[in-house]
Design a protein around this ligand. Structure first.
Ligand code: ADP
Ligand code: NA
Length: 329
């Protein structure tokens, strides 16, 4: 069975973007693949997290993943820092990856912003840790949103250079799995930026635990244009906000953008937005309710995550030992 790895940072409450771009695709893979899903707290601290928030955010993320349909009987669900082998392999990869490769990463430029000199060095080498996360399990399929494509190419470059330099066939090639009509959900304030849980300057995002009226308000305030919806997706060219809202409705109602436009062509956003809000609320309210239920028993949640970490570590340690032996340790 093909092995799958994917991770999500506990850097805030998961958003609609995380859900449609990643988590939703993780659920069916549990039945067809050998899946490891990880709350990547070591990645989250590449940007400052208040110590009193980190554990709560980690639990919230785990509860959200369970509420979306991950089942610890069908996948390995765990927290990255509970398996120290991630950090150890990442260090080995820091010594394999080239500075020029990291300099090409657009996410670093986006996240570091104008003052890149003041970004943490962890943010800079983040892709090396991500490569370690995946290759520690020799996972070959990684379901992620479209924004992660470049990091997976880098992980393949690291695997290739490691295998070459140390004359081994240790690490496999990784294939990204980027699926669905909403592989990149855009900000509701600016259709040219991705919706992100970790952008403090943009509060327009829809969080998986937002109450119904908040979802309705955020959709109402979403940036749009004055034109009616076109007959076909070709008519959404140059209209990123309109394209984004159509894509979101398509994704949560299990239809194509073509089918959504066939129904709503000619409608303005005054009519379209309330229907979109209704559809989102119908889809997200059960997830929120289940998240709240799971967070009432943190002892059970923590115990499930500990069991997940034990299973993950048993798979990780042999690979780490092979990598170290290849390097001469
Ligand atoms: P964020 O940028 O929201 O903090 P993460 O870096 O933790 O998200 O990414 C978790 C997963 O969610 C990744 O697979 C990523 O590709 C996906 N993802 C993040 N933002 C979006 C988005 N706006 N649209 C689609 N997928 C996304
Ligand atoms: Na499985």
């Amino acid at each position: 069975m093909q092995r799958v790895f994917s991770g999500i940072q506990p850097s805030g409450v998961p958003t609609l973007g995380n859900y449609l771009g990643a988590i939703r695709n993780w659920v069916p893979m549990q039945d067809t693949h050998d899946c490891l899903y990880c709350v990547v707290d070591l990645h989250a601290i590449t940007q400052f997290q208040k110590p009193e928030d980190l554990l709560r955010q980690t639990r919230e993320m785990a509860a959200a993943l369970l509420a979306c349909g991950l089942d610890p009987e069908k996948c390995v669900l765990f927290v990255q820092s509970h398996v120290p082998a991630h950090a150890e392999l990442a260090w080995l990869f820091n010594c394999v990856a080239r500075i020029g490769w990291l300099n090409r990463m657009t996410q670093f430029k986006d996240k570091a912003g104008k003052n890149a000199e003041n970004a943490s060095t962890g943010l800079y080498v983040y892709p090396n840790l991500m490569a370690a996360d995946i290759l520690l399990y020799k996972a070959t399929s990684v379901p992620v949103g479209d924004d992660q494509r470049q990091h997976l190419e880098l992980a393949n470059d690291i695997a290739g250079k490691f295998n070459h330099d140390y004359a081994v066939e240790l690490f496999p090639r990784i294939e990204p799995f980027i699926g669905g009509v909403a592989a990149r959900v855009m900000s509701l304030r600016d259709g040219t930026k991705k919706m992100s849980k970790s952008d403090p300057s943009d509060q327009s995002r829809i969080n998986l635990n937002d109450p119904d009226d908040e979802i309705r308000n955020k959709i109402k305030r979403a940036k749009t244009d004055p034109d009616p919806l076109p007959e076909t997706p070709a008519g959404l060219g140059g209209r990123p906000e309109a394209r984004n809202l159509v894509g979101i409705l398509a994704a949560v109602t299990g239809r194509s953008p073509e089918a959504v436009l066939a129904e709503h062509a000619g409608q303005g956003f005054g009519a379209f937005k309330p229907l979109l809000a209704d559809a989102l609320i119908a889809h997200l309210a059960p997830i929120r309710t289940e998240m709240e239920r799971l967070l009432r028993d943190t002892a059970a949640l923590d115990a499930a995550l500990r069991r997940g970490a034990e299973k993950a570590e048993a798979l990780a340690l042999p690979t780490l030992a092979e990598a170290k032996a290849a390097m001469g340790f």
